[in-house]
Design a protein around this ligand. Structure first.
Ligand code: SF4
Length: 366
């Protein structure tokens, strides 16, 4: 069995480790590129959202590299993500690819089915203890990736030498990827802290603060959001993201397993505007925007894939939130036509607006 899977942020490194330690041959999906998206766009239904297209293109590339099994996550709607794997399997089989699709459904809804699917991914003998030690290692690795990314968000707007944070960040990603044990990860954590501390930064600079909310795939995958966090950091903006891979895993898989609501504070904040679950992360986009306003952020950027229903609903509500909480919101709809240069121009204008708004506020307070 040669397994492949979707590419999202740094998770491809962690998933590779997990699947290899479970005794599988792994075909690491290539980093999404224009070619990936053009494959996806060519074979996906016209109305499909951009995450669907990128994943479809990724699978085509991985199948061409020799994969014969795809493992991906399912869902329970109402957003169409729950039907992704079924539809993608049909499209790929129509194109003549011979493979099996393994869909990991949410544990709280299909626990038995999930266990059966996970068993298919364990292809060597191992004790329960070994199983948990593998899970512990990959979890620690995922946590360190998230911590490193968070550090880069804090330092990038302050760096004196442009591009240094991104260079250090990329080096640290490679270092974390090379770890083989939890002990090594502990040592690498020290190195990560040291390397970021050594970046020369501006003193007495209070950056504009922007929160990023929106649909999970376009928030987490830099190719899908055209590396928006890097661009904002280079413009001197401190970015905080509403979602990280570890946080996503806890708030979806773990809370679903125990039938408890994840992100209660976020959902509670959204209630006056958005009281129904409509799938995806539409409600969370509204809730997080309110929480960023309460934390004193200057603005929020709302990322949504073109045709994504949950985020279309959120987008229609956000102007009211923006007015009530006096926070500027920029909604960006992403599809295969969106270009990096055009996005940068919009971001520059938004940051300029936030800066002016802050100056005016200071003048009024003086
Ligand atoms: S949340 Fe939106 S973009 Fe994500 S799968 Fe659902 S419809 Fe597509």
């Amino acid at each position: 069995m040669k397994i492949t899977y979707p590419y999202v942020g740094n998770s491809h490194i962690v998933i590779k480790n997990l699947l290899e330690r479970f005794g599988n041959e792994v075909v690491v999906p290539p980093k999404p590129s224009k070619r990936t998206l053009s494959y996806g766009t060519q074979f996906a239904p016209e109305f499909a959202c951009v995450p669907f297209k990128i994943l479809l293109g990724t699978y085509i590339e991985a199948l061409e590299m020799g994969a014969d099994t795809i493992v991906s996550t399912g869902g329970v709607g109402p957003c169409r993500a729950g039907l992704y794997t079924t539809l993608q399997e049909e499209i790929l089989k129509d194109l003549g690819y011979d493979f099996q699709m393994i869909t990991l459904e949410p544990p709280g809804h299909y626990l038995k089915d999930l266990i059966a699917q996970i068993k298919k991914l364990i292809n060597r003998k191992m004790s329960i203890r070994e199983f948990w030690s593998i899970i512990r290692f990959v979890w620690e690795q995922l946590k360190l990736f998230d911590e490193t990314e968070l550090m880069s968000f804090k330092i990038r707007p302050l760096e004196i030498k442009k591009g240094e944070t991104t260079r250090v960040y990329r080096e640290m990603v490679d270092l974390i990827a090379s770890a083989q044990t939890v002990k090594e990860l502990r040592e690498i954590r020290h190195e990560v802290n040291k390397r970021f501390e050594n970046i020369e930064i501006k003193e007495n600079y209070d950056p504009i603060k922007v929160g990023i909310v929106g649909e999970v795939y376009v928030v987490l995958e830099p190719f899908a959001n055209l590396e928006i966090e890097e661009t904002l950091g280079e413009l001197g903006v401190y970015v905080e993201r509403s979602m990280f891979l570890t946080h996503y895993t806890i708030n979806n898989a773990v809370t679903d397993l125990f039938h408890i609501k994840g992100e209660k504070n976020v959902k509670k904040a959204a209630v006056p505007y958005f009281n129904e679950m409509c799938g995806g992360h539409g409600r969370e986009s509204v809730g997080h925007t309110i929480l960023y306003a309460k934390k004193g952020f200057d603005g929020v950027i709302h990322l949504s894939p073109f045709t994504c229903i949950p985020e279309i609903v959120a987008k229609s509500i956000l102007p009211a939130v923006s007015k009530d909480y006096n926070i500027s919101v920029l909604s960006i709809s992403l599809d295969e036509q969106t270009g990096k240069a055009g996005l940068r121009t919009r971001l520059e204008a938004f940051v300029d607006l936030l800066d002016k708004k802050r100056q005016k506020f200071k003048e009024r307070m003086a």
